[in-house]
Ligand binder design. Structure first.
Ligand SMILES: *[C@@H]1O[C@H](CO)[C@@H](O)[C@H](O)[C@H]1NC(C)=O
Ligand SMILES: *[C@@H]1O[C@H](CO)[C@@H](O)[C@H](O)[C@H]1NC(C)=O
Ligand SMILES: [Mg+2]
Length: 254
């Protein structure tokens, strides 16, 4: 039997819709000082990113000061776009090999933030992860329902829909955010999900790993066969890791 399969989905920040465009950020601002100093930071910061993505760095709260420019460059440049496309392509080729039984129980789970929806506009306005995460400000932003889709995710979502997977959205957001979340998803182009699962009163405060594992077990109890689980790889902010998505992925993948 195939073990539970979890596929990373990078949040792609490359082609965020025009109104949210990162081009609002001054293009020259990323290179302070001379080129060799920047190069030294680039090497260090690429290693930092690697250690975060492999979870070697463990819990962290802020992007190191010297890596803020790197993160901005990475998240808004073509590298992230390519990484994202790769994960989406991998997911699609895996999904194409799944036999759909036709009983409506073949499911694929998506996280929402930094998976279906990009939080880039928020992070662009908040120092690209250099600030400690401010949950209140973040929730206020999320409630505007203005987050753009991540294009590679939207493509994957629609391909899975055509393949007749049941798409289940499992998010760390809470029930009070249901309407704003659904509205945002629809505006961003997502439709026809099977279920949108948010944290209820009893789930608030549970680590993401516990909450999401529990929900997946409930779904399996209802007879769903979960073929894929798309979560962010590295949102390069403190949210993903403080919510434990990275660990969740690592342990499932092992
Ligand atoms: C993903 O697949 C598309 C379509 O085949 C291709 O154009 C693109 O280059 C692929 N991306 C990556 C990163 O492999
Ligand atoms: C969410 O939307 C439903 C249906 O439109 C409405 O009845 C409900 O009051 C809304 N809930 C909140 C918390 O806004
Ligand atoms: Mg998330």
């Amino acid at each position: 039997m195939d073990p539970f399969r979890s596929l990373l989905l990078l949040s792609s920040l490359f082609s965020v819709a025009a109104p949210h465009s990162i081009l609002q950020i001054s293009p020259g601002s990323r290179r302070h000082g001379d080129r060799s100093a920047w190069k030294g930071d680039e090497l260090y910061c690429d290693s930092w990113r690697f250690s975060v993505e492999t979870n070697d760095a463990g819990i962290w709260t802020q992007v190191p000061e010297r890596c803020v420019g790197f993160v901005r460059e990475y998240m808004t440049g073509e590298r992230y776009a390519s990484d994202c496309g790769m994960v989406s392509n991998n997911s699609m080729s895996f999904a194409g090999g799944v036999k759909i039984a036709g009983d409506g129980k073949d499911a694929w789970i998506f996280d929402i933030d930094e998976t279906l929806l990009s939080n880039l506009p928020y992070y662009a306005a908040h120092g690209f992860g250099s600030e400690v995460f401010d949950e209140t400000a973040y929730n206020e932003w999320a409630n505007l329902a203005d987050a753009p889709a991540i294009p590679a995710s939207l493509m994957l979502y629609n391909v899975l829909k055509r393949l007749k997977f049941k798409l289940i959205l499992l998010t760390g957001r809470t029930e009070v955010q249901r309407n704003a979340t659904a509205k945002n998803l629809l505006l961003a182009g997502y439709s026809n999900w099977e279920r949108l699962i948010l944290r209820g009163i009893d789930d608030v405060g549970k680590p993401a790993l516990v909450y999401k594992s529990h929900k997946r077990a409930e779904l399996e109890g209802e007879g769903y066969r979960i073929h894929g689980n798309s979560v962010e790889l590295c949102s390069c902010d403190s949210v993903a890791l403080s919510y434990g998505n990275r660990r969740q992925f690592s342990s499932l993948w092992a």
